[in-house]
Design a protein around this ligand. Structure first.
Ligand code: GRF
Length: 204
C-alpha cells in the first residue's frame, strides 16, 4: 500500500473543519493521516478535539516569539520534523509568510467561507450577507502570497435565502465546508491535482 498523505493542520479556534477531516479519515473516506495539529491559540477548542482523537498537537503562541520570522521558522521546523507533506489551514488566524510558502511550495491549502475572489479576508460570510448577494458559498484554494488569492481547487455554491441572518447563512456555508475540504485533500492525495498558472486542473 502506498504511503498515506501526511497532513499538518493549523488552527486557531473551534476546529470544526479539523473535526470533519478527522471524521473522514476515521471513516476511511479520506486516505490521509494527521501527523501534527498546531494551534497559535492555547484556548482553541480544536486542541480538545486533537486530545480526544489522540492526535499529537503543539501550541505555538504568537507572544512567545519576538518576530513573525521567528514564529514561522518554528512553524516550518515543527511541520518538517513531523514529515508533513501537505499543510492544511483550518481557521488559522495568521498570515502565512513567503518563507513558509517557499518551504511548502504549492503544499498549503486553505478554506474560505465565500466564493472567491468575492469577499476575501475576515468574515467572508458577513461581507456576502451585508452586500446582499443571492449566492455565496465556500472555496478551497492553494495559498499564495496574497490574501485568499491562490489557485482555486473546489468551490461550492450556497444560495442566500430571504430570511437568512448572517448566522444562518454562515451555518449552511460551514456544512458545505466540511464536505469540500476533505474532498480537496483526497484529490491531492490521489495525485489528481495539476496546477497550471492560476488554474487548477482536476485529472479525470
Ligand atoms: C471557517 O469558516 C473557515 O472557512 C475559515 O475559518 C473558519 C474556521 O472554522 N477559514 P472552524 O475552526 O474550522 O470551525
Amino acid at each position: 500500500m502506498a504511503d498515506l498523505l501526511k497532513l499538518g493542520v493549523l488552527i486557531s479556534g473551534n476546529g470544526s473543519n479539523l473535526q470533519s477531516i478527522i471524521d473522514h479519515i476515521e471513516r476511511g473516506s479520506l486516505k490521509a493521516t494527521i501527523k501534527i495539529i498546531i494551534s497559535n491559540n492555547p484556548d482553541a477548542f480544536g486542541i480538545t478535539r486533537a486530545k480526544k482523537h489522540g492526535i499529537p498537537f503543539v501550541v505555538l503562541k504568537n507572544s512567545d516569539f519576538t518576530s513573525k520570522e521567528e514564529f514561522d521558522s518554528e512553524l516550518i521546523k515543527t511541520l518538517k520534523d513531523h514529515g508533513v507533506d501537505l499543510v492544511i489551514l483550518a481557521g488559522f488566524m495568521r498570515i502565512i509568510s513567503p518563507a513558509f510558502l517557499k518551504a511548502f511550495p504549492n503544499k498549503v491549502m486553505n478554506i474560505h467561507p465565500a466564493l472567491l475572489p468575492s469577499f476575501p479576508g475576515l468574515h467572508g460570510q458577513r461581507q456576502a450577507w451585508e452586500y446582499g448577494v443571492k449566492f455565496s458559498g465556500c472555496t478551497v484554494h492553494f495559498v499564495d502570497e496574497g490574501m485568499d488569492t491562490g489557485p482555486i481547487i473546489i468551490q461550492r455554491v450556497v444560495p442566500v435565502q430571504d430570511d437568512d441572518t448572517e448566522e444562518t447563512l454562515a451555518a449552511r456555508i460551514l456544512t458545505e465546508e466540511h464536505k469540500i475540504y476533505p474532498q480537496a485533500i483526497q484529490l491531492y492525495a490521489d495525485g489528481k491535482i495539476e496546477i497550471k498558472g492560476r488554474k487548477v486542473h482536476i485529472k479525470n
